[in-house]
Ligand binder design. Structure first.
Ligand SMILES: C[S@@+](CC[C@H](N)C(=O)[O-])C[C@H]1O[C@@H](n2cnc3c(N)ncnc32)[C@H](O)[C@@H]1O
Length: 355
């Protein structure tokens, strides 16, 4: 995003031009990050602490001349630093978030963003004009069903699951400690994917009994490596089904993390109604979503990120990001008359609704 600061001697017209070019070139910054991850640049450097251009080019099977350009761009973006001897080292950002195997690693998220979302964003204008997702043109799967396109092959399903799992290594603790969840013993994470958030909940609340509910294909993958280690009993249960049709397990607390934003209001109301029925009188609901600022809110720091996430939903799903008031209305419609929200550190808010 363009720097808001005025530069010395910059005229308003010069600033306009600079800002416009920074916006227009934003996709190049994304591609530097994605390509460096895909080539394994940060992993090669991590293996030896520092490495020169020749060694990195050899290890990644790349052109030395173009590798130098990529590495220098990574330096400018704060992902690498260059030493007095001309060798490159990972910065804290890269060591923590981009080196494979680091506990907070987001590498699969970068690889996923480089594929399906990047290609869908290439069709943004058409998505806006037609008011629907663009999977046919973007990834060659002619469907408006988000998960038919995202899960178009076994490797793509696995990549999506690994990408989403990585978020919770950074944000899981924030969203699960926003409220004290210890009163809820039986918990069901509906659309829980690989189970990363559910496992974090089981770790934070040792008395809980947690089930991950997702499609049968996702559940089968979630019970195998790399999500589970052979011979080690998972700390959560897994159940496969269709949350719009199958019977949902009874629970004291249902979690819906990054699920409602995929769907229309009508589909959300249907899903919330089914959860309300399955849980009975005393049940509660924990929603984890990026919140849109309230209608008419003056432009603030979170407004653009929320709008971009909502446009991402437009190019990829049938849903959108919503305001706190919209989530409150949706949950109230399903019989959850109480509602509280906590904005956590990071991009997500946690909302607790109860009857
Ligand atoms: C955006 S992902 C969120 C995953 C997880 N809650 C997280 O935040 O990492 C949405 C999840 O809903 C699941 N899902 C979509 N449609 C479903 C359906 N009809 N029945 C069960 N799960 C479904 C997907 O497989 C996916 O895991």
């Amino acid at each position: 995003m363009a720097s808001e600061e005025w530069r010395e001697d910059e005229t308003p017209e010069d600033r306009d031009f600079r800002v416009l070019m920074e916006y227009a070139h934003g996709f190049m910054v994304s591609q530097v990050v994605f390509s460096a991850c895909d080539l394994g640049v940060f992993d090669v450097i991590a293996a030896s602490g520092t490495a020169d251009v020749g060694a990195i080019a050899r290890a990644t099977g790349s052109s030395p001349c173009h590798t130098r350009l990529l590495l220098e761009a990574c330096v400018e973006l704060g992902m690498l630093r260059v030493g007095p001897d001309g060798t490159f080292a990972n910065t804290r950002l890269a060591s923590s978030l981009l080196v494979a195997g680091s506990p907070r690693c987001q590498r699969h998220m970068m690889l996923y963003l480089a594929g399906t979302p990047y290609r869908c964003w290439g069709q943004l204008g058409r998505a806006v004009r037609e008011g629907r997702s663009q999977y046919g043109r973007a990834v060659g799967v002619d469907t408006e069903e988000p998960f038919a396109a995202i899960y178009r092959s076994e490797p793509e399903r696995l990549l999506f699951m690994r990408a989403l799992q990585e978020t919770w290594s950074v944000c899981g603790g924030h969203v699960l400690t926003a409220f004290d969840l210890s009163p809820f013993r039986v918990v069901c994470d509906v659309g829980g994917g690989s189970g990363a958030l559910a496992c974090e909940l089981a770790r934070l609340y040792p008395g809980s009994d947690v089930t991950v509910f997702d499609t049968p294909e996702v559940i089968a993958a979630a019970q195998a490596p790399p999500f589970q280690s052979p011979g080690i009993e998972p700390v959560v249960h897994f159940l496969g089904g269709d949350f719009f049709r199958s019977r949902l397990p009874a629970a004291d607390l249902y979690i819906l993390a990054r699920v409602l934003h995929d769907w229309t209001d009508e589909a959300c109301a249907g899903l919330l109604g089914r959860i309300s029925m399955a849980g009975g009188a005393g049940t509660a609901l924990l929603l984890v979503e990026a919140l849109m600022p309230p209608e008419g809110d003056p432009a603030g720091p979170v407004r653009l990120p929320a709008l971009l996430l909502s446009l991402n939903m437009a190019v990829q799903t049938r849903g959108r990001e919503r305001t706190e008031a919209e989530y409150q209305a949706l949950t109230a419609g399903a019989g959850f008359s109480h509602f509280r929200v906590v904005r956590t550190r990071g991009p997500y808010a946690t909302m607790l609704a109860w009857k």
